[in-house]
Write a protein that binds this ligand. Structure first.
Ligand code: RTP
Ligand code: MG
Length: 155
């Protein structure tokens, strides 16, 4: 059974500052590429405080909110938009649960991180938030819609 166009979703994925500092950007991108999702946006970016606060606004009342926005703005992040069938939930599986000590080996957090407050990567938690976050982090024209080549070397 082949999925139809309506099943195509988009998600916002971000390598957090610790992931950039530790040199795991390539490894993370590679996992999404190998899974079969399509990269539609990519940039290295120093996030201003206001944007970090807007991105995590649902967590504004949490005691860890100030530390969280401090963490996200502590150095450059890698912003990505990925597209594909079921990409939102699948990305969350590839990422693993919030606490890296509880994340399964084989997941990004399970393999690459130890602390909840330094868990290397973000992924949108719903298709709605995927759209919201891509619009928040990328300017008009920074996200590219493209069609993979149909294996022209076989023609
Ligand atoms: P994210 O949004 O970054 O993908 O992470 P998530 O969905 O797995 O977790 P969420 O509940 O949305 O929390 C956002 C980020 O806040 C930090 N956090 N610290 N108890 C704590 O100290 C605590 N809880 C959450 C983590 O960096 C988490 O990824
Ligand atoms: Mg979240």
């Amino acid at each position: 059974l082949v999925a139809s166009l309506e099943d195509v979703e988009e998600t916002y994925i971000m390598v957090k500052p610790d992931g950039v500092q530790r040199g795991v950007v390539g490894e993370i991108i590679s996992r999404f590429e190998k899974k079969g999702f399509k990269l539609t946006g990519l940039k290295l970016f120093q996030c201003p405080k206001e944007l970090a606060e807007e991105h995590y606004k649902e967590l504004k009342e949490k005691p860890f909110f100030p530390k969280l926005t401090e963490y996200i703005t502590s150095g450059p992040v890698v912003c990505m938009a990925w597209e594909g069938v079921g990409v939102v939930a699948s990305a969350r599986k590839l990422i693993g649960v919030t606490n890296p000590l509880q994340a399964e080996p084989g997941t990004i957090r399970g393999d690459l991180a130890v602390q909840t407050g330094r868990n290397v990567i973000h992924g949108s938690d719903s298709p709605e938030n995927g759209k919201r976050e891509i619009a928040l982090w990328f300017k008009e024209g920074e996200v590219c819609q493209w069609t993979p080549a149909q294996a022209p070397w076989l023609r």
